[in-house]
Design a protein around this ligand. Structure first.
Ligand SMILES: [Zn+2]
Length: 62
């Protein structure tokens, strides 16, 4: 198998699959990286610890 390039931290879904996530109403990719994966709180700075539960996450770590 050929070497695969470094995974994109913010992969853009193909147009064919965009409709599956269109229920959120808008471009989910705009705020999805800011949503805490642990408690679901919306953080303005995804690189900073969550204001609600304090969890930290690396920007680009899916
Ligand atoms: Zn949180």
């Amino acid at each position: 198998m050929p070497n695969r390039p470094t995974p994109d931290p913010n992969p853009t879904p193909p147009t064919s699959g965009a409709a599956a996530h269109d229920a959120e109403g808008g471009d989910a990719a705009c705020w999805l990286p800011q949503v805490c994966p642990d408690c679901g709180a919306l953080n303005e700075n995804p690189a900073a610890p969550c204001w609600r539960c304090g969890v930290t996450r690396s920007p680009g770590d899916a």
